[in-house]
Write a protein that binds this ligand. Sequence first.
Ligand SMILES: [Zn+2]
Length: 183
Amino acid sequence: MSARIPNSKEFWITPSGIFKGELTLDDLVKLDLEGNVVEGFGRPSIEWPVHAAIYRVRPDVNAVVHAHNPVTLGLALAGISLRPITVEAVMVLRRIEVVPFAFPGTDQLAKLVAEKAALGTRALILQNHGIIAMGANLYEAEAVAETLEEVAMAQFVAMVLGREPPVIPEREVELYYKLYRLG
Ligand SMILES: [Zn+2]
C-alpha cells in the first residue's frame, strides 16, 4: 500500500520482502514520483512504479492498495465481469476496469495501469495477478479492495447456484450517481 498527503509529489509506500502484518513506521519508505528514495532505509515495494504512475495521473487519489483477491481474480480469469449486484458495488466500486497482464514491477505494468486509472475508476483488476484499489485516503482505498472481494463472492455464490444474479437497474444507478454527483 501507499499513501500521500493531498497534492504532494511524494508518497509513503510499504517495503518489499517484509511481513506486512508487523510493519512499523520505520519500515515505510518515502519516494518521489520518479521513484527516488526521499526518506527511509528499506527497499520500496517492487510495485512502486504502479503506485507512482497512479499518483501522476490522478490528483484525486491519495492512497493505493494492491492485493491478490482470490475470488475477484477467479471471476476475471473466467472472463466474468463484476456486475452492479449490490448497493456497495454501485456506491463504492462504481466502474471497474481490467488491466491486461504484464509482469509485476515492470514499467509496462505501470503504463497499462496508468492508462486505465486515467479513466477515473477506483477499482482495477490486474489480469492473472490481483487488484488495485484507489481512494482519497487509505480507508477509502481499503474499502474498495474489500468491497471488490465481497461483491465477487456474492456474484460467485449466485452463479454457483446456477443463477444469473439480478443487477441494480441502470436507471437507479444513474439516479444515484446524479444525486451524489459521482462519475
Ligand atoms: Zn501483486
